[in-house]
Design a protein around this ligand. Structure first.
Ligand SMILES: [Zn+2]
Ligand SMILES: [Zn+2]
Length: 304
């Protein structure tokens, strides 16, 4: 089971009733955080997310609303007695700026490992720390600075059938190995393979997070068949389209079109402009473009 929480939905600056866009993804007791704007550690607490479980931080880009919460977040992690290293992934060429923020975090009780990701082409890696079956992919976005979209694909083992394992006489201590795809030789000499004790394969769970970009077709391809597509929607007023696109942003309607063409099962909007006081007002209009749209509020949650 993967629990996802959009802990904030604001762009540019935090408001009294809206934290900055950031997403917490927990999977079997370990978590990934995407982006860390001002006050993120407080927003995590408000949303009942466990800061101590975060092992990986993915940074989209180094605009303040996505990164300026890093010192407070790291100090809070230290305060939670963390000693395990933290992995931070970020776009190539942004490490110096991020390291600069660490200058005000004295004596953290854990190590930080940085991983710079290419900005000229998409890349992917396995997030072994969270789950050996979790693949994280990137998509270079079109913003005013180097910026990456992320997708997280949790592949799942097929269903394990204990009654079949029992009937074949496989000791319980060997079940885990078989469920992971291995094989076991019984005392009788009989060889038992994973296929003999597992059932149907289960579809992977795919989450896609794209914010601070012009809309372009590559995003729809990137978010193809996502179970959850989280995408920016700065405004719902159509007359703002040109000025937004010029600044490397998109409207709620742009996000809806991308979700529709991606065949995403759900779309959560986020990164509203502070001037967009009531994004919910656009719900009806947006639903006509994309039925599954959720005009998210802080703390939006789902288990997939
Ligand atoms: Zn932003
Ligand atoms: Zn930005």
């Amino acid at each position: 089971m993967t629990d996802i929480c959009l802990i904030g939905t604001g762009g540019m600056m935090p408001l009294k009733e809206r934290w900055l866009t950031s997403c917490y993804i927990e999977h079997e007791g370990k978590a990934v955080l995407i982006d860390c704007g001002e006050g993120t550690q407080i927003a995590l607490t408000c949303a009942d997310c466990k800061i101590s479980r975060i092992d990986i931080l993915l940074i989209t880009h180094i605009h303040a609303d996505h990164i300026s919460g890093l010192p407070g977040f790291l100090l809070s992690l230290g305060n939670a007695s963390r000693t395990e290293p933290l992995d931070i992934y970020l776009p190539q060429g942004t490490l110096t700026a991020v390291r600069g923020l660490l200058g005000i975090c004295d004596r953290l009780p854990f190590e930080i490992f940085f991983h710079e990701l290419p900005i000229a082409e998409p890349t992917s890696f396995i997030a072994e720390k969270i789950d050996p079956m979790l693949e994280i992919c990137t998509l270079p976005l079109r913003h005013s600075t180097r910026c990456l979209g992320y997708s997280l694909t949790f592949r799942r083992k097929p269903v394990f059938l204990p009654e079949k394992a029992k009937a074949l006489g496989v000791p319980v201590r060997e079940w885990r190995k078989l469920h992971a795809g291995g094989s076991v030789t019984l005392e009788s000499g009989e060889n038992i393979t994973a296929e003999m004790v597992t059932g149907e394969s289960r579809p992977a769970v795919k989450l896609c997070y794209v914010t601070d970009t012009l809309p372009f077709n590559g995003i729809a391809k990137f978010a193809e068949n996502a179970d959850l597509f989280i995408c920016e929607g700065m405004y719902g007023e159509l007359d703002k389209k040109q000025s937004m696109n010029k600044k490397g942003h998109m409207l709620m309607q742009d996000a809806c079109r991308l979700a529709k063409s991606a065949g995403a099962k759900r779309l959560w909007l986020t990164h509203y402009s502070p001037a967009e006081k009531y994004p919910q007002n656009f719900k009806k209009e947006l639903s006509r473009i994309c039925e599954s749209v959720v005009v998210s509020a802080d703390g939006e949650k789902i288990s997939l």
